[in-house]
Design a protein around this ligand. Structure first.
Ligand code: SAH
Ligand code: DHB
Ligand code: MG
Length: 218
C-alpha cells in the first residue's frame, strides 16, 4: 500500500541509514543482488534489539549483502562477534566487502555454504553460545534453523525470525512452501513452554510481512 511506503519514507528521513548502510545497498544493487534485505526501520530494530538485550555474540542465517549483519553488529557490546551463514558465494563476496567498508571485518565471520550444514559444523566445533539469532534464509528450513539455534544458544537468548507473515499468505490456503515454512516455525514456537514468543506484523516499503520474536526462558 502506498501509504505504508510513504510512512517508511518519512521515518527513514527522521532515522536515516548512514553512508555505510546506503553504500551496502548500493553495492548490492550494482552486483545485481535482489533487494530483499530488511528495511531501514527494521534494520534499526535489529540494532536496538541487540542493544537492549546487551548481546555480545550474534548468529545470522541468510547474509545477502550484509545489511542486517551490519545492523546487528552495530548493536553489540563487549567481545562483539557475528557469524553469518550464506549459501551463495556471490552474495557472501558482496557482504564481505560491505562489512569491511563498515569497519567490522574483525567482528563478522561470513561462512559460505548451506546454513543447515554450516550451522551443524558450529555445533560440532562447540563454539561459544550466541546471545541473539536472526533467521532470514530459505523459509522452508525455518524449523531446522530454529532447532539449530536452540543448540547454539543458552536460556536467555533471543531468536528473531523474518518474513513470518508474507503479505498474509500464512492465513490464506493453499500455502506455498514459504508460507508453510512461516506457519511451521510459528507453530513450533507456540507449543514450547521453554520459549516466550510473539509475532509482530510489519508494513512499510518492503510490503506487509512480520517478525517472530522468541526468548528462551532463563
Ligand atoms: N538478512 C539479509 C537478507 C537475507 S535474504 C538482510 O536483511 O540484509 C536471504 C539470503 O539467504 C539470500 O542471500 C540467500 O542466498 C540465502 N540463502 C538461501 N538459502 C540458503 C541456505 N540454504 N543456506 C544459507 N543461506 C541461504
Ligand atoms: C525473500 C526473502 C527474504 O528474506 C525477505 O526478507 C523477503 C523476500 C524472498 O526469498 O523472496
Ligand atoms: Mg527476510
Amino acid at each position: 500500500m502506498r501509504e505504508w511506503a510513504d510512512v517508511d519514507a518519512y521515518l527513514e528521513q527522521l532515522f536515516p541509514p548512514d553512508d555505510v548502510l546506503l553504500g551496502a545497498n548500493r553495492a548490492a544493487h550494482e552486483a545485481g543482488l535482489p533487494a530483499i534485505q530488511v528495511s531501514a526501520a527494521q534494520g534499526r530494530l535489529l540494532t536496538l534489539l541487540a542493544q537492549v538485550h546487551g548481546a555480545c555474540r550474534v548468529l545470522e542465517f541468510g547474509t545477502l549483502a550484509g545489511y542486517s549483519t551490519i545492523c546487528l553488529a552495530r548493536g553489540l557490546t563487549g567481545a562483539r562477534h557475528v557469524t553469518t551463514l550464506e549459501i551463495d558465494p556471490a552474495h557472501a563476496a558482496v557482504a564481505v566487502r560491505n562489512v569491511e567498508a563498515a569497519g567490522l571485518a574483525d567482528v563478522v565471520d561470513v561462512r559460505v555454504g548451506p546454513a543447515a550444514e554450516t550451522a551443524a559444523r558450529l555445533v560440532e566445533e562447540r563454539v561459544e553460545p550466541f546471545d541473539l539469532v536472526f533467521v532470514d534464509a530459505d523459509k522452508p528450513s525455518n524449523v531446522r534453523y530454529l532447532e539449530l539455534s536452540l543448540e547454539l544458544t543458552r536460556p536467555g537468548a533471543v531468536i528473531v525470525v523474518d518474513n513470518v507473515v508474507r503479505g498474509g499468505a500464512i492465513v490464506r490456503p493453499p500455502f506455498d512452501d514459504r508460507a508453510e515454512g512461516a506457519r511451521a516455525v510459528l507453530e513450533r514456537v507456540a507449543g514450547d513452554p521453554a520459549l516466550m514468543a510473539t509475532a509482530i506484523q510489519t508494513v512499510g516499503d518492503k510490503g506487509y510481512d512480520g517478525f517472530l520474536l522468541v526468548r528462551r526462558l532463563p
